[in-house]
Design a protein around this ligand. Structure first.
Ligand code: NAD
Length: 334
């Protein structure tokens, strides 16, 4: 199958080529993001392969359809960037990579919690400059603290297990309870209780109309004062200006982000020689208790191998005229 790969980075190519050795799909690697303007680049391809900051909205899908595209293979778990109703209308099938390595994202979540708590990013710079003073580096024992995990699917479940290992009391919130996590000691509680009691809250639910700005000004006000918030889910799970107000008032004690609502214009690119035009993001960077990584939680060898293998399997299933195992449609999520 001819496949146009959007937002290609060198590592995407390396892992896709390795996984494609036997399948023999024909990839054309494109660097731009997919949008209604760039959809023309897919001319002649039957499928497009896209990532988190590509937009497959209704206009883009219509343009892709005009170019002959019949399949969308997401090389990520989230599919909030695809208009599934438009895909259904156009007869475009969509597949994703549901769980490539929940450990990759869960372990990065813990990396953010630990680095923020013990201020490793500040300590690293201080020691390199010969400053061995400890003022400003005071942390807390994670042991015995209450951690709130919002969404206990593939990633959230691993986070719960790791936090349990640290000796945390774990509160969880998810419309679907996981009995194995309850057996470990996690308690499912309403969202307000989770935010009100947790010393650390971490978000692992998908971005949907229900979860959009799940953490807004009201929720920030309901947080335990001085608590830590971590978002490795999707940027729009939080209302960033409301978080900034929470940081200014001290209501939020520290903030770790791997995702940002407006990240499409920033993340995955080297913009170090350019001016930062996003004033909200610039304000976040001024806080000493904010740690941001550029959507790298998934970025491990194991995850990239699994992403490439599942993407090839999805494309091969489409090529055979069948349903891909991990198809997503307006009615069905695999
Ligand atoms: P999953 O589908 O296995 O789990 C999601 C869980 O969230 C499910 O158990 C679901 O019932 C629950 N949920 C749905 N609505 C909820 C709500 N309103 N409140 C609480 N829980 C709710 O997905 P996953 O593999 O665990 O991934 C979770 C999310 O993490 C993805 O949707 C994606 O947005 C994000 N993600 C980020 C990265 C990264 O690199 N930062 C990588 C992969 C995934």
């Amino acid at each position: 199958m001819k496949v146009a790969v959007f937002s290609t980075k060198s590592y995407d190519r390396t892992f896709l080529e390795a996984a494609n050795a036997r399948a023999g799909h024909e990839f054309s690697y494109l660097t731009p993001h997919l949008s209604s303007e760039t959809a023309l680049l897919a001319k002649g391809a039957e499928a497009v392969c896209i990532f988190v900051n590509d937009s497959a909205d209704a206009d883009t899908l219509a343009e892709l359809h005009r170019q002959g595209v019949r399949y969308v293979a997401l090389r990520c778990a989230g599919f909030n960037n695809v208009d599934l109703a438009a895909a259904r209308r156009l007869g475009i099938a969509v597949a994703r990579v549901p769980a490539y390595s929940p450990h990759a994202v869960a372990e990065h979540t813990l990396a953010l919690i630990l680095a923020l708590n013990r201020k490793l990013y500040r300590a690293y710079n201080r020691v390199r400059e010969g400053n061995f003073a400890l003022d400003g580096l005071l942390g807390f024992d994670l042991y015995g603290k209450t951690a709130g995990v919002v969404g206990t699917g593939a990633i959230g479940a691993v986070v719960v297990r790791i936090l349990t290992g640290f000796g945390c009391r774990v509160l969880a919130h998810d419309p679907q309870r996981d009995a194995s996590l309850e057996a470990l000691g996690a308690s499912y509680v309403p969202l307000d209780e989770l935010f009100g009691e947790s010393d650390v809250v971490t978000l692992h639910c998908p971005l949907t109309p229900d979860t959009h700005h799940l953490v807004d000004a009201r929720r920030v006000a309901a947080m335990k004062p001085g608590s830590m918030l971590i978002n490795t889910g999707r940027g729009a799970l939080v209302d960033t200006p409301a978080l900034i107000e929470g940081l200014k008032s001290g209501q939020i004690g520290s903030l770790g982000l791997d995702v940002y609502e407006e990240e499409a214009d920033l993340f995955f690119e080297d913009l170090s020689n350019e001016m930062l035009h996003d004033d909200v993001f610039a304000r976040l960077l001024t806080f000493p208790n904010v740690l941001i990584t550029g959507h790298q939680a998934f970025f491990t060898r194991e995850a990239l191998t699994a992403i490439a293998q599942t993407t090839i399997a999805n494309l091969s299933a489409f090529d055979r005229g069948g349903r891909a195992e991990h198809e997503v449609s307006i009615e069905r999520v695999a």
